[in-house]
Design a binder for this molecule. Structure first.
Ligand code: GLN
Ligand code: ZN
Length: 753
């Protein structure tokens, strides 16, 4: 291969390590098994490895300060001297750092929320007027120097000031913008320190530019970057997770040395960007998908590069992934157990670096890479797994009637009341019962082959029966089977659906030491056989009381997977919905009279731009309706959502037309119900009356008080009584006690009404 023509840059590399070394080091440190020095040494070793790996794979501009022991937003607050005063003042020790990140007996940590539309969670800044803004450049400068020791001159990464402001909340009423003047000086000092250490370029991440910004924040961009332009570093203003839209002219008018664009999510913005780019400005083309795990189409990416080069010349063009590679696993090289050719179509962080190098070299120099890539694109497109004629035919045959129950809720409710014969304020749970060490051990022994399938099933049957007896004894009105056979609410279904595959090591950081291993949806989705009927009907056979069949909804399955990028997400969601529809029919035929289809991730899929939300909500709601509308009127359809904040999507939640929705509401003291009531929510609701995130057993009176609040807001006939969420992380003794109290609270209220 000839020398590359273009500069390659990487905005961030996964920090958890190929073998999740950081996770294990953190957890050992928290348990007191290793010292702080040992933890820091693991961090340093991972940084060294990752810098060298990126260099070896042909990256010219390798990032530093993208590493974090917990979260890059928290690190940014530490660097700026803007950590909340409630955790103490002065230099941030490891103990204080982790106290801000993790709940302890003594103190609640900072609030964690999702990083834009990803599954990464950051710690939300707490803005208050008294923040000192005393700069601490130690980490950013230290890591830059660490890399330079290895002869690697890195481009340090910072979360940009306006994005940082947008990520936090005022805790004392201060307008976050009022903090900006002092905050910008802190940034300027940080940039100065990096420059003194030898940094020429700094990457400023400003993904807030792909969201709808109030005018004051657009103005803030100008003020901030004019001030920062006075520092000697060159800034690469890095924007990802979408198109700039109306913020494009503003972005290119800022005095920065370079702009990075996400051309995977927003390829259409390139022509306008090429008109708006200032003379001398560098344009970084985010042309490899940093959010998904499929091989890039090198020819397609290179076409973007050619377009840009015609206008700017090669020297002003950089090749990069669209965003930090934090959101994909480390390497696909070790995945040996994937079906068919799937392994050849995968590109994790390390493989993406090779793709960047090939694109930078161009098709004439990287002849083999481009040829092989074209061949793989063809192979993937033509693969039998990509296309299932029966599924496509079923999708073509969808008609309006398949998206709506035969009768409306007011008609259904009568049939369901007759069928189910439930008391006022019926009691139920959300699905899972404690996944004890014993349950997990049995599953892992079965998976590794030391427990036979027959013995594992005997074990599961016993666990399910015990769970049914426990619920009868407690006096719950609608029972569940307990979900002992399930590891994870998405994985369980993925393992039983055609079109899904599982990696062995495809871990992605979710927050801190927590990683998830999302399934891959690589082909047309179908249901070769019933997935849950056996356990649900077994549970129902044990009791006279109605048992709820438990399914995970199509949007949640989609949202928590890596989804094929050759079909629209809507289509994949509807394919999953069709598969679930078959399951609903089979569960009903097996005698289940109530079914719950969980959709906790419905709200997560909301596009960042308000203007794009209606379209998403439309197909997401239809996916749920497609899965459920096959149920007879007398079959009660439940859904469940946790993680609050539904106010802005209530219309869509009502449009799901579930007969019953259970929501998390204990911690907010039923606050959410006001929104439901205000909206005139027509169907039934089970507001959670106790928080399942802690082992605390609330007294019956405490739950009764919450119910009293609820009956003031909603009609008693509309209300159910249940915990906030599933009980799988809890222990049996506390679950028994809490549910007994819950049933007592419901009985008490029935007597009052
Ligand atoms: N049915 C699931 C359970 O109880 C729901 C989990 C969830 O909402 N995240 O575990
Ligand atoms: Zn939940």
């Amino acid at each position: 291969m000839n020398a590359p023509r273009f500069t390659t840059a990487n905005p961030g590399f996964p920090r958890i390590g190929l073998h999740r070394e950081l996770k294990f080091a953190l957890e050992d440190y928290w348990k007191g098994r290793v010292t702080e020095e040992a933890l820091l040494a693991t961090g340093a070793e991972l940084r060294r490895r990752h810098w060298q790996l990126q260099k070896e794979h042909g990256i010219d501009l390798v990032p530093s300060n993208d590493f974090s022991l917990y979260d890059q937003v928290l690190d940014m607050l530490v660097a700026l001297g803007a950590t909340p005063a409630r955790f103490g003042a002065g230099a941030v020790t490891a103990e204080r750092y982790f106290s801000m990140a993790r709940n302890s007996q003594l103190q609640t940590a900072m609030e964690m929320t999702k990083w834009f539309d990803t599954n990464y969670h950051y710690l939300a800044p707490e803005w208050s007027a008294d923040l000192p803004f005393e700069v601490c450049a130690a980490k950013a400068v230290g890591e830059f120097l660490e890399a330079r020791e290895l002869s690697i001159v890195t481009r340090p990464v910072l979360v940009g000031p306006v994005t940082l402001l947008r990520l936090g909340k005022s805790v004392d009423g201060v307008d976050p913008l009022a903090l900006l003047p002092r905050m910008v000086e802190a940034y300027a000092a940080l940039l100065q320190a990096l420059h003194s250490a030898g940094a020429e370029w700094v990457q400023m991440d400003e993904p807030a530019l792909v969201t709808d910004l109030p005018e004051e924040y657009r103005t803030a961009y100008r003020t901030v970057y004019e001030r920062l332009a006075e520092t000697p570093v060159k800034l690469m203003l890095t924007i990802y997770f979408g198109s700039l839209g109306e913020n494009l002219p503003l972005t290119f008018s800022l005095p920065v040395a370079g702009v990075h664009l996400d051309l995977v999510r927003g390829p259409e913005q390139l022509p306008e960007a090429l008109c708006a780019v200032q003379p001398g400005q560098v344009l970084s083309l985010g042309c490899v998908d940093g959010r998904n795990i499929w091989i890039a189409d090198l020819a397609k990416a290179y076409a973007l590069v050619e377009t840009a080069t015609r206008e700017l010349g090669a020297a002003r063009v950089q090749i990069a992934p669209c965003c930090s590679l934090l959101h994909v696993p480390h390497s696909a090289a070790t995945e040996a157990a994937l079906p068919g050719s799937l392994g050849r179509w995968l590109s994790f962080a390390t493989e993406k670096l090779d793709e960047l190098a090939a694109i930078a070299a161009g098709p004439e120099a990287a002849v083999q890479e481009f040829a092989r890539n074209a061949e793989l694109q063809r192979e993937r497109a033509a693969a039998p797994s990509s296309f299932d004629a029966k599924v496509r035919e079923a999708m073509r045959c969808l008609d309006e009637s398949m998206f709506a129950r035969a009768e409306s809720y007011p008609v259904r409710v009568h049939e369901q009341r007759r069928e189910l014969d439930l008391p006022l304020l019926p009691t139920t749970t959300i699905g899972s019962f404690p996944q004890t060490a014993e349950v997990r051990k049995a599953r892992s022994r079965w998976r590794s082959g030391t427990l036979s399938t027959v013995d594992y099933e005997v074990f599961l049957k016993a666990a399910t029966e015990e769970c049914i007896r426990a619920q009868e004894e407690i006096g719950l009105d609608m029972l569940v089977h307990g979900e002992f056979e399930r590891n994870d609410m998405v994985e369980y279904f993925g393992e039983r659906l055609q079109g899904f595959a599982f990696t062995q090591n495809g871990w992605v950081q979710s927050y801190g030491s927590r990683c998830v291993k999302p399934p891959l949806i690589y082909g047309d989705v179908a249901r070769p056989a019933p997935m849950t009927v056996r356990w649900s009907s077994y549970a129902q056979s044990l009791t006279e009381k109605p048992v709820k069949g438990m399914l995970t909804g199509p949007v949640t399955i989609l949202q928590w997977s890596f989804v094929r990028d050759d079909r629209p997400r809507r289509e994949v969601a509807w394919q999953i919905a069709l598969a679930l529809r078959g399951e609903v029919r089979d569960l009903e035929a097996a005698g289940l009279r109530a079914l719950q289809i969980d959709e906790p991730a419905l709200r997560e899929g909301l596009p960042l731009r308000v203007g794009e939300r209606a379209e998403y909500l439309d197909w997401a709601v239809k996916a749920f309706r497609l899965a459920t509308s096959v149920a007879a009127s007398a079959t009660q359809i439940h859904t469940h959502m946790c993680y609050c904040e539904f106010e802005d999507v209530l219309e869509s939640i009502a449009a799901l037309d579930a007969d019953v929705i259970s929501i998390e509401s204990a911690r907010s003291r039923m606050e959410l119900l006001h929104a439901f009531s205000h909206f005139g929510y027509p169907n039934e609701i089970g507001p959670g009356v106790y928080d399942i995130h802690s082992p605390r057993v609330p007294a019956a009176e405490e739950m009764a008080n919450l119910l009293r609040l609820a009956v003031k807001v909603l009609k008693p006939e509309q209300l159910w009584v249940n915990p906030d969420c599933g009980l799988k992380t809890r222990g049996w003794p506390e679950v028994m006690a809490a549910l007994r109290n819950m049933c007592a609270a419901a009985a008490g209220l029935r007597a009052e009404l």
